[in-house]
Ligand binder design. Structure first.
Ligand code: ARG
Length: 571
């Protein structure tokens, strides 16, 4: 049970009595006490009574004595300070709980998480990195809470570019092309195809015919297409392995998977009377979307040439996810530039009845990664930065730091730690900023052992583990918890806050709330460790402090695990 909930449950009946009906006590963290309840202020207007009177009456009515002390303050806040006894009992419960106080959800849902989604025969760029990292954290967290999570990698594996890509593959020869693609030379493959397409009319014509053959289901063409897709998938899987994410080959469900649903989807829109022809294209004009000059904006579901595009595919996929997969929560982890696309897709799906409450779709959008000069991250040649290069650089830098710090460690261990730290640093830097904002890729800062970084938290974890190595014992889960020093109490208070944060992130998917919590926890631990001897304490106090230390380590490990970040035992 988390503290907010405990206090809310205690206050709610008292507020209900005073108000003559249910009232949310609005309990939140307070700068002046542990928590405060703000509900008396709003209630005062409704009841026409002074807010301080209401707060005082609630304080007197509520059964709080054993849980917290309450004080009326300011214009009518109720300041709540949790008793040490309650905190100690809570910590003892957490220590005995594998889930660290985080309950399995009472209302499990089927959640589709659409993430990563790179494009076949094209290099993954940093946008795909963000999607992969944020999406994987979402998957881990929702899965841990007991939801049924379906990972969907909505690969760009269909559409007109495949005509030119297949023709280019034929020009190169299958073996040569496969070699190039499997080495991850996706960009040069794509660029070469593009260059020919732009320069050579005959190539362009061949490419057009190839698209027709592909969409007509020509067996030979399909075989070549599959080759392209398979080589790219293999390459993407190596990136996922390096990145240490949970996506597997089974999660690839590219745009092509919806091909035979496109026709029926558009027909259904037509039957519902939602289609309008505009410039020869079949469009839906969802209300509320207008262009710069105020004219209504279309979602083009069938192009003038008869082809279906990206929007139609997303509509067909959405319909499949709600109707066939039974999902009630759809997450689309895609960069903010696609916000309007998704809002229009959702709006059309609502009009068509494919998306109805309680089922909802959320665009989990994110900003860009910038280089230290504040501009979009670009390679030296001006192209998009190769993702693998970025990851390799992170690992190489972390290996360097690890070796310098621990000259006595063998190379294999250094490599393993370096990987955990380098990849962890990249992921953490991504997850620790409000995802709607851009952030600057700053190697020094993200690999620093000080501050709100993965290495700082990993180091904090490994330091606690080393305390236990020196102690030669594990914490005794049945130890009596003693909160003597203020630093001890502060640590207990942070530990008790884990469940509330996880519950919050379940709704918001704002992972910086979780990283902020973990950083606070590690800093609070560090202050505790400075002021409260653990191994040099004795008897009950030592046992109690070992439990606090162990619980901190377990919470850090679980929290980082939810973010997809490893916690080496030593660093
Ligand atoms: N492949 C697309 C891109 O690279 C992202 C796809 C996102 N998912 C979706 N259902 N549209 O921009």
């Amino acid at each position: 049970m988390d503290l907010e909930k405990l206090l809310t449950d205690r206050l709610a009946p008292a507020f209900a009595t005073v108000a003559g009906g249910p009232v949310d006590p609005v309990v939140r963290r307070s700068p002046r006490a542990d928590f405060q309840s703000d509900a008396a202020l709003a209630l005062a207007r409704r009841l026409g009574r002074p807010p301080r009177d209401i707060a005082a009456e609630v304080r007197d009515l509520a059964a709080l004595d054993d849980v917290c002390t309450a004080e009326v303050s300011g214009p009518g806040f109720l300041n709540l300070t949790v008793t040490d006894r309650t905190l100690a009992a809570l910590v003892a419960d957490l220590a005995a709980d594998d889930r660290l106080g985080v309950p399995v959800t009472p209302a499990p849902e089927t959640v589709v998480v659409d993430y990563s989604a790179p494009n076949v025969a094209k290099e993954m760029h940093v946008g795909h990195l963000r999607s992969t990292v944020i999406g994987d954290a979402a998957v881990r967290l929702l899965d841990w809470l007991g939801h049924r999570v379906l990972r969907v990698n909505h690969l760009g594996d269909w559409g007109t570019p495949f005509g030119m890509l297949i023709e280019h593959l034929l020009d190169l020869g299958e073996a040569e092309a496969a070699q190039e693609l499997s080495m991850g030379d996706l960009d040069s493959f794509y660029t070469a195809a593009r260059r020919k397409f732009d320069a050579d009319e005959a190539f362009r014509e061949r490419s057009r015919q190839r698209v027709v053959a592909l969409q007509g289901g020509d067996e030979r063409t399909l075989r070549l297409w599959r080759l392209l897709v398979a080589q790219s998938e293999r390459y993407f899987l190596t990136v996922y392995a390096l990145l240490d994410v949970t996506l597997t080959a089974a999660d690839f469900r590219g745009e092509s998977a919806y091909d035979d649903r496109l026709g029926p989807t558009v027909e259904e829109l037509d039957r519902l009377g939602l289609l309008r022809t505009s410039d020869g294209a079949a469009c839906v004009f969802p209300p509320g979307f207008t262009g710069r000059d105020g004219e209504p904006l279309p979602l083009i579901v069938r192009k003038r040439d008869g082809g279906y595009g990206y929007p139609a595919t997303d509509l067909a996929a959405l319909r499949h996810r709600t109707a066939d997969l039974g999902a009630t929560r759809l997450l689309y982890v895609v960069g903010l530039p696609q916000r309007q696309h998704f809002e229009m897709v959702y709006a059309v799906a609502e009009l068509a009845g494919w998306l109805r409450p309680p089922t909802r779709a959320e665009h989990v959008g994110f900003g860009s990664i910038l280089s230290p000069d504040g501009r979009m991250l670009r390679s030296r040649a001006g192209g998009s930065v190769k993702l693998v290069g970025l990851l390799e650089e992170a690992v190489a830098r972390a290996v360097e730091l690890t070796r310098a710090k621990n000259p006595e460690l063998d190379e294999a261990t250094v490599a393993e730690i370096g990987r955990a730290v380098g990849i962890g640093a990249i992921k953490y830097a991504d997850l620790a900023t409000d995802r709607g904002r851009d952030y600057v890729l700053d190697w020094e800062r993200m690999l620093s052992l000080d501050g709100n970084t993965a290495p700082y938290l990993q180091y904090a974890y490994s330091r606690i583990r080393s305390v236990f190595r020196r102690a030669g014992t594990a914490a005794r889960p049945d130890a009596t918890i003693l909160l003597v020093e203020p630093a001890e109490r502060a640590l207990a208070f942070e530990l008790a806050g884990f469940a509330a944060v996880v519950g919050q992130v379940e709704r918001t998917l704002a992972f910086h709330q979780l990283t902020g919590y973990l950083y606070r926890l590690a800093s609070t631990f560090s202050a505790f460790y400075e002021r409260c001897p653990v191994l040099r304490a004795s008897g009950e106090l030592r046992d109690s402090r070992l439990v606090l230390a162990d619980l901190t380590a377990r919470t850090l490990r679980q929290g980082l695990h939810l973010l997809g970040i490893r916690t080496p035992e030593r660093m």
